[in-house]
Design a protein around this ligand. Structure first.
Ligand code: ADE
Ligand code: ZN
Length: 332
């Protein structure tokens, strides 16, 4: 049973969990006029040709998120669905600049999301942490300002990441931001090698000194990079259905996941923006099982990889690993 496999989600944008129904409800609650005739009209917008076409809709829909309550309702709705998917630990991305740039206070989005996360263990049996992601298609100086404010607010974040439109926005532009984060003991991750070249993965590793790569599937184009990632056990947070829906690959059958596993990469499976791609974490695992015939030990191995890749203490990993072994014993 895929839903009962204990799972760890390491690449999940909380804004990407905003379901069409919640968009309509929040628009009504906040008196916001949407550019869609109705729910069906909104749903018809979810056909993407590339990353940018998706980002256009993703950013536009954020207008309905205004109050702390909106952000905590969004987060609770994700946690409820994640619980049903078998998620036991989630490291959640939030894009502060997607909100501050439209006049929402930094404290509003941070407090709203973190209030919901504070109750995630008791309400949903999911341990959580928050990673703020900076928008690489906005100026690095703005990211530096936001990070400085987050640090002065003592925001409950464990790390930073880098996302949004990749091509033309290399990691090298964000060296100062990541240096400041590291100086404050924050974990560092970055989207790289989703649409961008292997060179961006190298930059994220060498210049930003990230400990995980988000996506990274184009790493396969560079043998030396693959060797480096394998030797250093750098985790890749791969998002199979995202890659299909954003046309990074044509069909799930064409996804390089089997090749990545064969090369010995530390691959984890993630949902990225499940409300936009129609697939939460269980759906991603199920799709891989059906398409590539992954058996129970292979699925357990993917879950174990995510436990290893998580920003957790060994004492926190142990019970998750034990749950995965118990699940596997039941399947055999
Ligand atoms: N922001 C939300 N989802 C993203 C993705 N898949 N790539 C880059 N930025 C994102
Ligand atoms: Zn992402």
């Amino acid at each position: 049973m895929i839903t009962t496999l204990p799972k760890v989600e390491l690449h999940l944008h909380i804004e990407g969990t905003l379901e069409p129904e919640l968009i309509m409800q929040l628009a009504e609650r906040n008196g916001i006029r949407l550019p869609y005739a109705d729910l069906d009209d909104l749903r018809r917008q979810y056909e993407f040709t590339d990353l940018q076409s998706f980002l256009n809709l993703y950013y536009a829909n954020l207008d309905v998120l205004v109050t702390e309550q909106d952000f905590s309702d969004l987060t609770r709705a994700y946690l409820k669905r994640a619980q049903a998917a078998g998620v036991r630990h989630a490291e959640i991305f939030m894009d502060p600049q997607a909100h501050t740039s439209r006049g929402i206070a930094l404290a509003t989005c941070v407090n709203g999301v973190s209030q919901a996360l504070a109750d995630s263990v008791t309400e949903f049996g999911i341990s959580t942490s928050l990673i703020v992601t900076f928008l690489r298609d906005r100026p690095a100086a703005e990211a530096l300002e936001v990070l400085t404010e987050l640090i002065s607010l003592d925001a409950p974040i464990i790390g930073i990441g880098l996302d949004s439109a990749e091509v033309g926005h290399p990691p090298i532009d964000f060296v100062e931001v990541f240096a400041l984060a590291r100086a404050h003991g924050l974990e560092c991750v970055a989207h790289a090698g989703e649409e961008g070249p292997p060179e961006y993965v190298w930059q994220a590793l060498d210049l930003l000194k990230v400990s995980r790569i988000d996506h990274g599937i184009r790493s396969l184009e560079d043998d030396a990079l693959v060797d480096y990632l394998v030797q250093n056990e750098i985790p890749l947070t791969v998002c199979p259905f995202s890659n299909v829906r954003l046309r990074v690959v044509d069909r799930l059958e064409d996804h390089p996941l089997p090749a990545m596993l064969a090369r010995g990469l530390l691959v984890t499976i993630n949902s990225d923006d499940p409300a936009y791609f129609g697939s939460y974490l269980d759906d991603n695992f199920r799709g891989l099982q059906q398409t590539f015939g992954l058996d129970a030990p292979a699925m357990a191995a993917l879950s174990r990889n995510a436990v290893q890749a998580a920003f957790l203490a060994d004492a926190e990993r142990a019970p998750l690993l034990a749950e995965i072994e118990a699940w596997l014993a039941e399947q055999l």
